[in-house]
Design a binder for this molecule. Structure first.
Ligand code: NAP
Length: 326
């Protein structure tokens, strides 16, 4: 989608401005008609790790990466679910190289075990997809003592990235991807709000704040890893019909069902960012439908220049402290 002709760029901008046009199935339906939307590049010999790979977008991305020839390590919290999807991929995708690791990412002991296991193999990690996540209706604390949405999607992703540095980067550039959400457009980054008051817990607001924090964390990691050959991006999948959206936002998913993307359309930018050479040309971007997108749709989510400059380092230090304590 880079280097789009003027007409296609104008249509893309109109869709983006309409929000529903962009986030719904209309977005990929229109955008994939452009000449720049080409088939995925092969990933033979590449090693990719996908968290939350037992359902929805993570499973869809894992299947597509395996189809492209990558060795995919699927991470899931349920051993039986994991074995089920591994069997399914092996029977559906001829020659698929897929393996599994069980880890509940709300438990930092599991995150450490997963990272140690991946580092011990010494295999260069080409792609790490931080996809696992859910919208929690009620307040819960992870075993590491952090609100669970934030624990899984922010603190655990930070720790996993940190611990995998020995197998990332080098002469062959790696990609680390955060699967955020368009919901983050509704919230300004607020570090203190990542520890919500249990008495006034709102799962939807917490989720949107966590998704905003993921983009801040991804941009900070992008800055820190640039010199060691690791490219970092975050993306949002639009609104896709997955078990996660059905349980997390039941009314929304019922009303919007005819407009929801397929899991393949939602996962497209994950697969594209994992495989396309274009994704290596820059770092620290926020993407949807193969294009970099603004991180703000309304002025009140923008931080002052001073707050914006300290947001990434402050969140990084906060995550490091939580990871140490958990
Ligand atoms: N679908 C959408 O429209 C949409 C929109 C914006 C953003 N997203 C984001 O896309 C990602 C995938 O969502 P989805 O819609 O595909 O949802 P999904 O179908 O519920 O899949 C979520 C995956 O995350 C895993 N997971 C959740 N908590 C975990 C934990 N503590 N430890 C390990 N794995 C855990 C789930 O494991 P189990 O299978 O064991 O439950 C599942 O594999 C999420 O980060 C979500 O926020 C989705």
């Amino acid at each position: 989608m880079t280097g789009l002709p003027v007409g296609a760029r104008a249509v893309d901008a109109l869709l983006e401005a309409s929000v529903v046009g962009s986030f719904s199935k209309t977005g990929p339906l229109v955008r994939r008609r452009t000449a720049a939307w080409r088939p995925y590049d092969r990933m033979d010999g590449r090693f990719a790790v996908v968290t939350g790979a037992t359902s929805g977008l993570g499973l869809t991305a894992a299947i597509e990466l395996a189809r492209l020839g990558a060795h995919v390590r699927l991470v899931g919290r349920s051993a039986s679910k994991l074995n089920g999807v591994l069997d399914r991929i092996r029977s559906d995708v001829s020659g698929a190289e897929v393996t599994g690791s069980r880890a509940d990412l709300s438990d930092l002991a599991d995150v450490r075990r997963l990272a140690d296991d991946l580092v011990e193999t010494g295999t260069h990690l080409d792609v790490l997809v931080h996809n696992a996540g859910a919208l929690s209706r009620s307040y819960a604390v992870s075993p590491s003592g952090v609100e669970v949405t934030c624990g899984v999607q922010v603190v655990a992703t930070h720790l996993l990235t940190q611990m995998l540095i020995p197998v990332l980067g080098g002469t062959s550039p790696s990609r680390v991807l955060w699967v955020s959400s368009g919901g983050m457009y509704t919230q300004k980054f607020d570090l203190a709000a990542l520890e919500p008051d249990p008495a006034h817990y709102d799962g939807t607001v917490t989720y949107a704040r966590v998704k905003r924090a993921q983009t801040v964390l991804a941009a900070e990691w992008a800055r820190r890893l640039e010199l060691v050959g690791v490219v970092v991006h975050s993306m949002h999948p639009g609104w896709a019909d997955t078990p996660g959206i059905t349980t997390g936002l039941p009314v929304f998913s019922r009303v919007m069902r005819p407009l929801l993307r397929t899991p393949e359309e939602g996962a497209d930018s994950i697969v594209w960012l994992a495989s396309a050479p274009e994704a290596l040309a820059t770092t620290g971007g926020f993407w949807c439908d193969r294009r970099r997108r603004s991180e703000h749709k309304v002025p009140w989510t923008r931080l002052s220049p001073a707050a914006a400059a300290s947001a990434g380092p402050d969140l990084f230090d906060w995550c490091a402290a939580r990871a140490l304590a958990g």
